[in-house]
Write a protein that binds this ligand. Structure first.
Ligand code: T3D
Length: 261
């Protein structure tokens, strides 16, 4: 796996992917999209990894599509083809990984950078982070899954307002609107994210992953279908080591030792 534009580290069952094109506030060029996809694939394949953190190096999380590369691309690649071959594959990879993904939003998340932040399962933001749908400033519509994800999190009026004003939304407002899970002091972000990661990495990973599958699928299902689907998924969870261990630990009044299986 090449890591020219990202860093990839695994420690204590937690994989940390750091977007690392600091001079552009971690704008996504094609190489960074591909390397981030590969990093998520690696994190998904490695059984020792039981939680993933996505963050940015420097003062930005990600400023979205690299606009210099976008201008050059437009001559020979269709935008829709670029989205399908790049961001869509990255987001699909993130949704497919049945392990919790924590976005540690260290600075500005703009354009497709916000889309990738929203595709994380949980988000912790530094106090100084801002969220911005930059697209309308350059005559584009939101993409990278934002039209689907954002109105579900914060409601249509706020999502549409963010889209057509392209105003920056503070971390505190993002928290109040339900876009993120927690705001912490800037200097506490990395350790808070690692501590969440370690906590999830010692949990019942199979159940965490199946929960992600059931909840994401339920967005698309009617209630009856969702009930049926969760019953089938629970059947899988109920056959796991961690279910047996969890019940035994409860009855024996001791902490469980989950293996993730
Ligand atoms: O084909 C497809 O797939 C289409 C998909 C499109 C998806 C999209 O993401 S479209 C939206 C793209 N993103 C933007 O429009 C945001 C552009 N950036 C900004 O508006 C601002 O940089 C920020 C609000 C994010 C941050 O502002 P500020 O003042 O903190 O920083 P800055 O000075 O503007 O940026 C710092 C440097 O990063 C600067 O370079 P310099 O002058 O120091 O050499 C700036 O040019 C560079 N930079 C920031 N964003 C991008 C970028 N370079 C390339 N692409 C960027 N997106």
């Amino acid at each position: 796996m090449s890591t020219d534009t990202i860093r990839f580290e695994v420690d204590n069952g937690v994989a940390t992917i750091t977007l690392n094109r600091v001079a552009t506030l971690n704008a996504f060029n094609d190489l960074m999209i591909q390397e981030t996809i590969d990093a998520f694939k690696q994190a998904g394949r490695d059984d020792s990894v039981r939680a993933v953190i996505l963050t940015g190096a420097g003062r930005g999380f990600s400023s979205g599509q690299d606009l210099a590369e976008f201008r050059d691309h437009k001559k020979d690649v269709s935008v829709s083809g670029h989205l399908r071959g790049g961001y869509h594959k990255l987001i699909q990879q993130m949704l497919k990984i049945e392990k919790p993904i924590i976005g540690a939003i260290n600075g500005v998340a703009a354009g497709a950078g916000l889309g990738i932040a929203l595709a994380c399962d949980l988000r912790i933001a530094a106090q100084s982070a801002v969220f911005m749908l930059a697209f309308s400033k350059i005559g584009l519509i939101p993409d990278a899954g934002i039209n689907w994800l954002l109105p579900r999190m914060i409601g249509y009026p706020r999502a549409y307002q963010m889209a057509i004003t392209a105003d920056k939304v503070s971390a505190q407002s993002a928290l109040a609107w339900g876009m993120i899970n927690e705001v912490v002091a800037d200097e506490a972000l990395a350790e808070t994210a690692q501590s969440w990661g370690r906590r999830f990495a010692s949990g019942p990973t199979l159940a965490f992953g199946l929960t992600k599958r059931a909840m994401l699928r339920a967005f698309e299902q009617d209630f009856e279908t969702a009930l049926e689907y969760e019953a089938n998924i629970q059947e899988i969870a109920a056959r796991s080591h961690d279910n047996v261990e969890g019940i035994a630990a409860f009855l024996e009044k001791r902490p469980p030792t989950f293996t993730g299986r």
